[in-house]
Ligand binder design. Structure first.
Ligand code: 2M8
Length: 451
């Protein structure tokens, strides 16, 4: 079943798939799969989407139920919150600190955070339907029935983003907290966070995350946490009113990765809508939003380097960071052919996937040649299998089969030790952060079931 090379155990595909399935089952509370057993004992929005993709290989009905749980926490204005809390008190900031219980848009009977995460949910729905269609007629009926049920909430979710977060000047989808990017402490946010000055009235708090990893140095710093908590404080004071939050947040950034994901997901949802007979006017809206977002992502590219950039709205400056987000336009298209080829060549080159010292040839979160690179620090260098999955899936959709299958093979290689790390040290393939991280297990299961 396994072989050992150096200190690393390598599982063969069947054994790796069985272990991945076990992680998803072990982390399943019945109505939701927690993001990880210890570090993240709740449901996270974009984790849930990836988790449902893995669950579809075990039970299509259970995959749909996962997204149903998330959608039942959708705010009345359309926002899908980034955390749906279970009763577990062992995570900070929990629902009391978020203080969302009084927010008028919050749904009854469920406690959530007050921000959102990258809108990958339509991609998950597409994948669940495709998996079901390959499996059986009965599964296909379940998946398509779910797609019809999920249509309206997902359309509302996309409409919320278009209404409250798409800006007319730079066109990118804006975020009001680094956590909304999903790439919490990425160097992408160093400049905008430098402008966030926590007030003296920031209520005190105790971090729990640093107690749950082997090395606290793999997590964001205390200074960063002060800023994260201060932004929550500002949102509470704005009563979580979406427009007031955008107006008052000290952190306001056009996020090129979220923008490209929004374009990809809007187009994907529109295509699904055609298949299930959704209203033509709503399909047309989705295509318009996709086009706006695609254009904005393409326009963000630096004319010299060709790399996509974020935009700091508070200072009016473009943010150049050698992070994986610089490749975002490849997710959704929109670049002229030559510019796109240049970006692909950079991704395939020695500063990224073909860096000679990588254990697995998939792009790290930050280029190993960048000044900001740190091989162990969370979103500042490690490789993240979910990100590899997303780019690989998008490449397959765009017809780039060779790239898609290389990412799949190398992604499996990275995770073949069977511990399903949250993220991986790029030179040694050592798993870091949380073990048995659900979204890692889910995407590995999907990779293994798709060959
Ligand atoms: C990480 O974020 C949370 C805050 O949302 C944390 O550090 O406590 C990020 O990697 C995020 O992208 C992810 O969704 C979450 C759960 O896996 O953990």
């Amino acid at each position: 079943m396994t072989t050992a090379a150096g200190n690393r155990t390598t599982h063969r595909p069947a054994s790796l798939a069985a272990r991945a399935a076990m992680v998803l089952r072990d982390n399943d509370t019945g109505t939701l799969v927690t993001a990880s057993p210890r570090l993240y004992p709740h449901m996270w929005s974009w984790d849930a989407a990836f988790i449902s993709i893995g669950l579809a290989h075990l039970d299509v009905g259970r995959a749909a139920a996962e997204l149903d749980t998330l959608l039942s926490a959708q705010w009345r204005d359309g926002m899908i919150p980034h955390i749906v809390f279970t009763g577990d008190n062992d995570y900070f900031p929990g629902p009391d600190r978020w203080g969302t219980d009084d927010a008028p848009q919050r749904p009854a009977g469920v406690r959530t955070s007050g921000i959102c995460q990258p809108p990958v949910h339509a991609v998950a729905l597409r994948r669940i339907v495709d998996t079901a269609r390959r499996t059986s007629d009965a599964d296909t009926r379940v998946a398509e029935g779910f797609a019809r049920r999920a249509w309206t909430p997902l359309h509302h979710w996309h409409r919320w983003i278009a209404r409250h977060r798409m800006s007319d000047d730079h066109g990118l989808v804006t975020i009001v907290h680094g956590w909304e990017s999903g790439m919490d402490n990425s160097p992408r946010w160093d400049v905008p966070y430098a402008g966030v000055r926590p007030g003296a009235d920031l209520p005190p708090y105790v971090r729990l995350d640093v107690l749950k990893v082997d090395d606290p140095g793999e997590r964001p710093s205390d200074d960063e946490y002060d800023r994260y908590l201060w932004l929550i404080e500002q949102m509470r004071r704005a009563d979580y009113n979406p427009d007031k939050v955008v107006e008052t947040s000290a952190f306001l950034v056009g996020d090129v990765f979220v923008t490209a994901v929004f374009a990809l997901a809007s187009e994907t949802l529109a295509d699904l809508g055609e298949e299930i007979g959704a209203p033509a006017s709503e399909i047309a809206e989705l295509r318009t939003w996709a086009e706006r977002a695609r254009t904005a992502a393409a326009r963000s590219c630096d004319p010299d380097t060709g790399m996509a950039r974020d935009f700091d709205v508070r200072t009016g400056t473009w943010l150049d960071t050698e992070s994986i987000a610089a490749f975002s336009p490849l997710l959704c298209g929109g670049l002229p052919a030559e510019a796109e080829q240049r970006l692909i060549d950079t991704l395939d080159g020695p500063a990224w996937s073909a860096h000679p010292d990588l254990f697995a040839a998939v792009p790290p979160s930050v280029s190993p040649r960048a000044e900001d690179f740190d091989p162990k620090l969370y979103w500042r260098g490690p490789q993240w299998p979910v990100v590899t999955w997303l780019f690989g899936w998008a490449f397959g959709r765009r017809g780039w089969e060779r790239h898609a299958s290389e990412f799949r093979a190398q992604g499996v290689h990275l995770a073949s030790d069977g511990s399903f790390g949250e993220y991986y040290e790029p030179f040694t393939g050592t798993p870091l952060g949380s073990a048995n991280q659900s979204w890692t297990a889910a995407v590995v299961l999907d990779w293994l079931c798709s060959v």
